[in-house]
Design a protein around this ligand. Structure first.
Ligand code: GLN
Length: 542
């Protein structure tokens, strides 16, 4: 049976709890243990699929088609363990299961209540389907004291009792604010946060204290005393130079040693951190830099593009260069044109997106990159816009558009109403539910012989993660190919265009899927590595 580590947050949100959990998982892995990470989200949406990226950041998609919290992206990138449907749950999902069972009569006349029914469901989720791992790390979203989080805290409190201290450890991530005017670090918010946690029956074993300056031994002692934890269990968590330095930093501060000590595993093997060290050096000592212009719609909140940003940095690591990102709101292009803002970039990337706002700007960006022969990477919506651009400006379909944003004109991109998943046919209609009904998760594609993508992947068959409702209409293939846009990757049945590229361009690729979701610092995704390589070439030319 695995041991459980519960990670909670206090004082404020955005303390990097997800990252801390991912780093903890990576450190245990470096000691030879098998880990699995899970996230419990106390909001009422069934999943984050219907939430605006402005509110909740990126929606991460797993191989098995779950739309999940972006923290699962951190977990995968740091541990390489693919997440699945069973690694993220929300209040909404729990309640919908309970209400379904209640309607079926499964509760046999009982009054259905938060305790025990909701808490039992949460416990069942935490314990189920863990597989053959040594540690399950379970992060609770939100902050202690939030009303909606209470059933989750109660459930993990009960689990702490049931599993026993030798099998369950509680880590609380908190903040030690630095008050400039007083020149002092303050421990009171942390004391209050722990008090709040203890009032609902949870005594943290470890405090991971986010702070700007080092914690003095005196403050560690004070925090330990007031919060009833060992002094050595007060761990300093200062901002790291890069995301991928976080495991090394937390190790230096003794986090993994303390976790193992709580489990009574003092004689655990020392970690092998060599791969983290080499990533850290690669990031700290780049040999050159490139600038990529990202033409999107949610540029006001960079969490909306979390995996994309990371994948671009992985591409940088693969080429030994630093990647600078220039964020551009595609709507701006609609008035001022793309030329001036894109003049100095070495590559243009149009990421995924939804809705009508800013589409013409994305189309203009694709045209700029095609005509100026600047490396171009179109992802999902970005690919669809590149196809519309080709249809309008090369293939003579002047009114080409997508049914996503117009009911008039020629729908080169149309609503996907039927597709196959393995041997099953999935069907959708235009008036169906929005939640969980896109083409989601891993689907195979076959790459054409002699194409650039086949060369980049070094394979003819690939599997990539999808999340979209619309699709390039394969009926336009011949017309588009005749004007130069090659359909270089298709679904195995040849019906769904997966990749397009121009042959007579230094690097112009559009993909219907989201390759950024599968990129890891240790295994940069081949498309991102190749794209940054092309941008590097471009930078040498200008
Ligand atoms: N809006 C497009 C669609 O639904 C693209 C989605 C995306 O970019 N993830 O097909």
């Amino acid at each position: 049976m695995p041991r459980y580590i519960f990670i909670t947050g206090g004082v404020v949100s955005s303390l990097g709890k997800g990252l801390a959990s991912a780093a903890m998982g990576a450190l245990l892995q470096a000691r030879g243990y098998k880990v699995r990470l899970r996230k419990l989200d106390p909001y009422l949406n069934v999943d984050p699929g219907t939430m605006s990226p402005y509110q909740h950041g990126e929606c991460y998609v797993t191989d098995d088609g779950a739309e999940t919290d972006l923290d699962l992206g951190h977990y995968e990138r740091f541990t390489g363990v693919p997440a699945s449907q069973s690694d993220n749950i929300t209040t909404g999902r729990i309640y919908s299961r309970i209400i379904e069972r209640e309607r079926r009569g499964d509760y046999l006349g009982a009054t259905v209540q938060v305790i025990p029914h909701v808490t039992d469901q949460i416990k069942q989720f935490v314990l189920s389907d863990a597989g053959d791992v040594d540690f399950v790390l379970c992060e609770i979203g939100g902050t202690v004291g939030d009303i909606e989080g209470l059933p989750f805290f109660e459930a993990i409190r009960q689990l702490g009792q049931e599993l026993g201290p030798e099998n369950a450890v509680f880590v609380h991530v908190t903040l030690l604010p630095y008050i400039k005017a007083a020149g002092e670090m303050k421990t009171k918010p942390t004391q209050h946060s722990v008090k709040e946690l203890r009032s609902i029956g949870i005594q943290p074993d470890i405090l991971l204290c986010r702070c700007e300056i080092p914690i003095t031994p005196g403050d560690k002692r004070k925090i330990g005393q007031f919060c009833n934890v060992r002094e050595s269990a007060v761990i300093e968590g200062r901002d790291a130079r890069s995301l991928y330095d976080v495991p090394l930093e937390y190790h230096r501060q003794g986090l993994d040693r303390e976790v193992l000590r709580c489990f009574g595993m003092e004689d655990a093997p020392e970690p092998d951190l060599s791969r983290w060290e080499s990533i850290s050096t690669a990031i700290a000592e780049p040999d050159g830099e490139v600038t990529i212009g990202i033409v999107g719609k949610y540029v006001g909140l960079l969490d909306a593009y979390k995996s994309l940003i990371e994948a671009l940095h992985h591409g940088g690591i693969a080429n030994g260069v630093k990647v600078n990102l220039k964020w551009l709101d595609s709507e701006q292009f609609e008035n001022d044109g793309p030329v001036e803002p894109l003049e100095d970039v070495h590559g243009v990337l149009v990421p995924g997106g939804f809705g009508e706002r800013g589409v013409e700007g994305k189309i203009a960006a694709a045209r700029f990159a095609r005509e100026r022969k600047v490396p171009f990477f179109g992802i999902c919506y970005g690919m669809q816009m590149a196809v519309i651009e080709a249809a309008r400006n090369l293939a003579g379909v002047d009114d080409a558009m997508s049914t996503e944003f117009s009911s008039e004109g020629t729908s080169v991109i149309g609503l996907l109403t039927e597709w196959t998943r393995g041997n099953e046919v999935e069907t959708r209609s235009s008036d169906g539910d929005m939640g969980g009904t896109m083409r989601l998760g891993a689907y195979p594609a076959v790459l054409g012989e002699g194409t650039r993508v086949r060369d980049i992947y070094g394979a003819a068959h690939i599997e990539e993660r999808h999340r979209h409702r619309y699709e390039v209409n394969v009926a336009y293939r011949e017309q588009l190919e005749a004007s130069g846009l090659k359909f270089s990757g298709l679904s195995p049945d040849g019906v769904l265009p997966e990749i397009v590229e121009y042959e007579d361009h230094p690097w112009f690729i559009g993909v219907q899927f989201h390759p950024e979701l599968k990129s890891r610092p240790f295994e940069p995704h081949p498309l991102f590595a190749s794209f940054i390589g092309a941008a590097l070439e471009q930078s040498r030319m200008v």
